[in-house]
Design a protein around this ligand. Structure first.
Ligand code: KG4
Ligand code: ZN
Length: 352
């Protein structure tokens, strides 16, 4: 089974072909990605109109490239998948319309993929992993702990009550005058810094419900930055190291609460899985290894290029759905908001 996956929900245009070989293992035949970082950098964040236009300009060529690199034609595909949300509506529509047009012209099944579900299922592309598992999703737009019980079957255990983890990294980076996006830059600077220099809060520490909060931590960083005054390179490194250490402590404490809740409500998880751009962070990866080692839990950490947004995860989610006969209609509309767990969303009224 071979599926083309298209991703345009944020600031990366991506297209990939993934193949499921008999026996159940997956193979990424191509994984093309075009980042728009340069276009947005001057604004210090993603500008929706610029993103939508950039997606339109590149998508056709990128799909062609993905097919070429994979050595396949549209006729060799079993399905065409695109992320249909959640994300910036202008961008989502570009990918979704492209996939629908290809599916219509080639009479292939069309698959409308939830971007968060694609992050959630990536671990099954890279590893032989059965449901259920505990997912930590940490990206620029989302921070949540989810019990993944099956394809389309998700229980949100907790989520951020304010900023997403990646958003906090990006805002701290901006505060310190580091280039956009801040996350990778903050990690780089933190490697040179003293994590014990600034005493920053660990939000939500010890709370039984595995929710996250990062806005208080971000404010605490701002106050320290203002107190110190003009920052030297050493100051910047120390702020980054102290901030990253606080995020790591908070994330691990929240995972501990999430694991407890998982065991109480779902049962025994087969693994802990990490997804989303912030999962590329080395300090977070190392701490999760220690945490899972102590908890006797298998840890599945997809490589960083599959943690950040990519087309392979959309293609793989397409394969998972197609294998279950879950195809979508060409009338499927883009969904700027699309929670993994609709019940949690109704109860929470917060971020997806
Ligand atoms: O999943 P993703 O590529 O896009 C979505 O938000 O869906 O995640 C991007 C986020 C950005 O906030 C970026 O700063 C953060 O992931 N990020 C990192 C690192 N690499 C990417 N944050 C901390 N450390 C990193 N190494
Ligand atoms: Zn993402």
């Amino acid at each position: 089974m071979r599926v083309l996956g298209i991703e345009t929900t944020c600031d990366e245009t991506a297209a990939a072909v993934v193949q499921l070989v008999p026996g159940g293992s997956a193979e990424i035949l191509s994984n093309e990605i075009m980042s728009q970082i340069a276009e947005h950098a001057a604004y210090g964040g993603v500008v929706p109109e610029i993103a939508a236009r950039a997606h339109i300009e590149i998508i056709d060529r990128l799909v062609e490239l993905a097919l070429d690199r994979a050595g396949v034609d549209i006729a060799d595909l079993d399905g065409i998948a695109a992320a249909a949300g959640p994300g910036l509506i202008g961008g989502v529509m570009v990918g979704l319309t492209t996939a629908k047009a290809l599916a219509l012209a080639s009479r292939k099944p069309f698959l409308a993929i939830n971007h968060l579900e694609a992050h959630a299922l990536t671990a099954r592309l890279t590893d032989d992993l059965a449901f259920p598992y505990l997912l930590l999703l940490v990206s620029g737009g989302h921070t949540q702990l989810v019990a993944v019980k099956g394809v389309g079957d998700y229980l949100r255990l907790g989520s951020t009550v304010d900023d997403a983890a990646g958003e906090a990294f990006d805002k701290v980076g901006k505060m310190l005058g580091l280039p956009y996006p801040g996350g990778p830059q903050v990690e780089k600077m933190a490697a040179e810094g003293n994590a014990a220099r600034f005493d920053l809060p660990r939000p939500m520490l010890g709370r039984p419900k595995p929710d996250f909060s990062f806005s208080g931590l971000k404010t605490a960083v701002r106050l320290e930055v203002e107190r110190v005054g003009p920052l030297t390179a050493t100051d910047v490194a120390d702020v980054c190291a102290s901030f990253q250490a606080a995020v790591v402590d908070a994330v691990i404490d929240r995972c501990r609460a999430g694991l407890r809740l998982f065991r109480e409500t779902v049962g025994h998880p087969n693994a802990m899985v990490v997804a989303g751009g912030v999962a590329a962070n080395g300090a977070i990866r190392r701490s999760l290894m220690r945490f899972c080692g102590e908890a006797g839990l298998r840890l599945v950490l997809p490589p960083p290029f599959l943690c950040t947004d990519n087309g392979a995860m959309i293609a793989w989610a397409g394969i998972e759905r197609l294998s279950l006969g879950l195809v979508d209609d060409l009338t499927f509309a883009a969904r700027p908001r699309w929670p993994l767990d609709a019940n949690a969303e109704a109860a929470h009224h917060g971020k997806a």
